[in-house]
Design a protein around this ligand. Structure first.
Ligand code: GRF
Length: 199
């Protein structure tokens, strides 16, 4: 099959981006995906350095002081030359405008650190920690025009028994995210899961 061209958007440390890029170069995404660019709304995002160190193309444009529509227009201009088939959000901390979502309908995917049916928005692990949940669930979903409302592609439980701190919760969660995100994307790119969501 043709490899799917993937643009990854980040805003911070980019640990999911690194995990996906590794899987694309020599792991379970190797036969089906190619990371064509890593882009950020934060020019100083630590993940950009990690992407460069892996030999990936990077792009950044600061969103500071720009209207959403202006910034998202720039984002589209920046992504266009790479002709991505998919936009994969990995800790991208901005809500995308309909302008972007309609350009890539059903082709933008996000990982959310909670069950999107129970908790939307920021601080998914803080939400689990505050309630001292014994387990939480990470969600990979298609991005639509709502906040974490798009069709669910897959979910995986995170065992939180015995955690002592929010940092422990986050560490357990990220360990699951890093493998799980690639698994769901492989299924999506190979057609085993439909972008309309079938999980
Ligand atoms: C992850 O917990 C992800 O679920 C959420 O933002 C965090 C990003 O972490 N959307 P990283 O930048 O991939 O390390």
């Amino acid at each position: 099959m043709n490899k799917q061209r993937v643009a990854i958007l980040i805003s911070g440390r980019g640990s999911n981006m690194v995990a996906l890029a590794e899987q694309a170069s020599s792991g379970i995404l190797a036969g089906c995906a190619e990371v064509v660019v890593v882009a950020s709304n934060k020019p100083d995002a630590a993940g950009l350095d990690k992407a460069r160190a892996m030999g990936l193309e990077t792009r950044a444009s600061s969103a500071v002081g720009k209207r959403r529509s202006v910034f998202d227009g720039e984002l589209l201009d920046l992504l266009d030359p790479f002709a991505p088939d998919w936009i994969v959000l990995a800790g991208y901390m901005r809500i995308l405008t309909p302008q972007v979502i309609r350009r890539y309908p059903g082709r933008i995917v996000n990982i959310h650190p909670a069950d999107t049916r129970e908790h939307q928005g920021l601080h998914g692990y803080g939400w689990a920690w505050d309630q001292r949940l014994e387990a939480t669930r990470v969600t990979v979903h298609v991005v639509d025009e709502g906040l974490d409302t798009g069709p669910i592609l897959g979910q995986r439980d995170v065992d939180l028994r015995g955690v002592q701190s929010l940092e422990d919760v986050e560490q357990r969660g990220l360990a699951v995210e890093h493998g799980f995100y690639a698994e769901v994307l492989r299924d999506l790119f190979t057609g085993a899961v439909a972008a309309s969501g079938s999980a």
